[in-house]
Design a protein around this ligand. Structure first.
Ligand SMILES: [Zn+2]
Length: 263
């Protein structure tokens, strides 16, 4: 077996285990519970989960998605988070390992933090600063690998994300007299700029606003009640845009420059 195959297998297994830990983080951080203690337990019967019932994906399948003790349903979200983290990590190895191993590992960590931001914002309409700080530190570390956007591009991206989203925030406040996006979204956009650079942040804005418009309009149409003042999370769309920019930004921008602008 060659080294690359071993890297893929180890990445998949570690990705699943870290995904399992992300489930704990996603559930406990918003409830201000330590991620280390108490040990994993069933939210319904509170019985501690044995190690053999806590193996990513496998235990879920063997237990048919039910608690061994009380038989209550275990949310499909748990294996889903493990799978998505594993797949994103594999994508990092596939696309970035050969270019720069450090940058590849930083990108894996970025993906995991993004998953936390994505789900916690859906659950609570809130982005915790600790995730923003983690993302900013990872983006800053990424600058020193010489991969992705250049240092100047990233700093312009940071400023662009901050200023543009602050303007959108103010326009909403002025026009509809309430927050259209949250302060957390502005900071996330600034951190995203530091991560993917100014060209990347334009792509993030485009992808996030288009997907948000399509999905939120659909949700609104399906929701019969008048929910004009319902608060919707926006971070999942920024995260989606970030991941597109992180993995495919270079190709998309090249394509745009060559065929749309270059003629
Ligand atoms: Zn139980």
């Amino acid at each position: 077996m060659n080294i690359k195959a071993i890297v893929y297998i180890l990445t998949a297994l570690t990705g699943l285990c870290v995904g399992s830990f992300l489930n704990v983080v996603i559930y406990r951080v918003p409830n201000a519970v330590s991620v280390a203690f108490p040990p994993s337990h069933c939210p319904k019967c509170a019985k501690n989960i044995k190690w053999y019932d806590n193996i990513p994906i496998l235990s879920y399948i063997l237990l048919r998605g039910k608690c061994r003790n009380c038989g209550c349903r275990i949310s499909l979200r748990y294996p889903a988070v493990e799978t998505v983290n594993c797949l994103l990590w594999l994508l990092c190895v596939f696309m970035l390992w050969d270019a720069n191993i450090v940058y590849c590992i930083i990108s894996m960590a970025v993906c995991s933090v993004m998953i936390c931001i994505f789900i916690i914002d859906i659950d609570h309409c809130l982005i915790f600063y600790r995730f923003q700080i983690a993302l900013a530190l990872l983006a800053a570390a990424g600058m020193f690998t010489g991969q992705g956007a250049g240092v100047i591009d990233r700093l312009i991206g940071l400023a662009a994300g901050l200023v543009l989203f602050a303007l959108i925030y103010l326009v909403f406040l002025f026009l509809i007299k309430r927050e259209g996006i949250g302060i957390g979204d502005i900071i996330l956009m600034a951190t995203s700029g530091l991560l993917v650079g100014w060209q990347g942040i334009i792509l993030v804005m485009f992808v996030s606003s288009v997907t948000a418009s399509v999905i939120l309009l659909t949700v609104r149409c399906l929701n019969k009640e008048n929910d004009r003042f319902h608060e919707y999370p926006f971070a999942p769309f920024i995260v989606f845009g970030d991941l597109i920019a992180l993995f495919f930004g270079g190709q998309i921008i090249d394509f745009y420059m060559r065929f749309v602008i270059g003629g």
